[in-house]
Design a protein around this ligand. Structure first.
Ligand code: FCB
Length: 469
């Protein structure tokens, strides 16, 4: 039973125009395979870099792993029932590459295909659109052993895998996302080393960024070659950058930070070039071949926008630059989130205008592309109270304020077709393990009991009425 009966929900038409979302708007939630599925070595699944990383002592808070996570692999039907209860009509999820090709190349394991077939069929029979992400960070370990994302071959393996997925699911899946947040997984995985595969090497990072851009172009082409009518996009982490002070140096730092955070994976796909506001262009360490930029540039059907907060940039001093090779190449210090708004428990500043700013920037810079918000959410640890309910008022406010900003962007001309809350339920938050809860649904990890939070009920009412409440 939906929590809100669409028939009795406030009808969009009777609301003032400023609170109503466009007709046919997609209301969904987003998840990722490693963060929810569990069943890490079941039914022939191969090892991914996240399996290896999480099993390495000291990498994840509280030694948590995604071995079981939300046990979604076995409970996906219950989880789809939750989506129905939330009145949702879209679900963004990712495929675990290692369920489909356990070593990232060669033979396909039919059991992996079967699992996603069951999931897709169950979504469709609940009238929920499957929005499928091909890659949400869980590279097959065998490919990492062969050099990982800095190795050009990985782009070719990815393209093969995209083709396999298109052939297996394309009769029912019409909407595809090639990558999730290339900027995050290359920087946190290859530059900072806080995420799998845990490398901290600026050379590896820049090479990886180029191979991932190439993989994105090749993956898009692979899906389109099999499914010319499919809608294929990609999802990027975006954050509006503001200078820390009004100094000229900080303003330049903000332009550079925007280039590396927001444009490094959008300018190549949309325009066929890398942004170049740096004193020395990093391109000389990226092994770019003459034909690459033409392969990378593809006509995306939509841009998936993930926004959480803004970024504050300041210029690195001369002394700082010579102390840190990262700052030598990128002379910018970046702080995720400013200090004016309250902080979520993840430490990120609550700054709803970020969503408006980034949607408008993408609209301006890339000629009004079709946009789907593919992630937006916050971490607060509220759990069930004495009444058994989860009163997460701060998350309710988060969605209210962010959706208000989204409506403002739509009214100012952005072409936004959907919104996906991160996340359906609390899950394995990468290096933070289970300590950070982003869900609309609370998960008791000891029992796997799910409880819809107040924010879930609020979101359900918005989705049912297609209007802000
Ligand atoms: C995004 C990731 C997603 C989740 C949220 C909180 O950067 O794409 O998997 O971790 O952050």
């Amino acid at each position: 039973m939906p929590l809100v009966d669409p028939a009795t929900a406030v009808s969009g038409a009777s609301q003032s125009a400023s609170t109503v979302f466009p007709a046919g708007f997609y209301w969904g939630t987003a998840t990722a395979a490693y963060q929810i599925e569990g069943a890490w070595n079941e039914d022939g699944k191969g090892e991914s870099i996240w399996d290896r990383f999480a099993h390495t002592p000291g990498k994840i808070a509280n030694a948590d792993t995604g071995d079981v996570a939300c046990d979604h692999y076995h409970r996906y039907r219950d989880d789809i029932a939750l989506m129905r209860a939330l009145s949702l009509n879209s679900y963004r999820f990712s495929l675990a590459w290692t369920r489909i090709q356990p070593t990232g190349s060669g033979a396909v394991d039919q059991r992996g295909i079967d699992f996603y077939n069951r999931l897709i069929d169950a979504l469709l029979s609940s009238s929920i659109r499957p929005l499928m992400t091909l890659y949400h960070w869980d590279l097959p370990q065998a490919l990492e052993d062969a050099g990982g994302w800095p190795n050009r071959e990985t782009a070719l393996r990815f393209s093969d895998y995209a083709e396999i997925a298109a052939r297996a699911f394309g009769d029912r899946v019409t909407d595809w996302i090639v990558m999730n947040e290339p900027n995050s997984f290359t920087s946190v995985g290859y530059l900072d080393g806080q995420h799998a595969p845990g490398r901290a090497n600026i050379l590896a990072f820049f090479k990886a960024t180029h191979v991932v851009n190439l993989a994105q172009g090749l993956g898009f082409r692979a899906v389109k070659s099999i499914l010319p009518k499919a809608r294929v996009g990609t999802s990027v982490f975006l954050s509006p950058v503001e200078p820390a002070t009004l100094s000229e140096a900080d303003k330049i730092a903000a332009i550079r930070a925007h280039a590396i955070i927001n444009a490094w994976f959008l300018d190549p796909v949309m325009k066929g070039v890398y942004p170049d506001p740096f004193p020395i262009s990093p391109e000389f360490i990226m092994n770019i071949r003459p034909e690459d930029m033409a392969l990378i540039r593809v006509p995306l059907d939509f841009i998936g926008v993930n926004v959480y907060t803004r970024t504050i940039a300041s210029a690195a001093t001369r002394a700082e630059r010579f102390r840190d090779p990262k700052l030598l190449v990128l002379p910018v210090k970046m702080q995720i989130g400013g200090d004016d708004g309250p902080k979520t428990e993840f430490g990120w500043e609550f700054w709803p205008q970020s969503l408006y700013d980034m949607v408008m920037r993408v609209t301006r810079d890339y000629n009004r592309p079709l946009i789907e918000i593919t992630e937006s959410g916050c971490s607060y640890s509220d759990g069930p109270g004495p009444d058994g309910e989860v009163h997460d008022a701060r998350r309710v406010e988060y969605y209210q304020k962010h959706l208000e900003q989204l409506l403002r962007a739509i009214h100012d001309g952005a072409d936004v077709r959907g919104y996906h809350a991160w996340s359906l339920m609390d899950n394995f938050e990468w290096a933070h393990g289970f300590s950070q809860r982003f869900g609309l649904v609370h998960v008791d990890y000891a029992t796997q009991k799910r409880t819809i939070k107040d924010s879930g009920k609020y979101y359900a009412a918005v989705a049912a009425g297609n209007a802000l409440l």
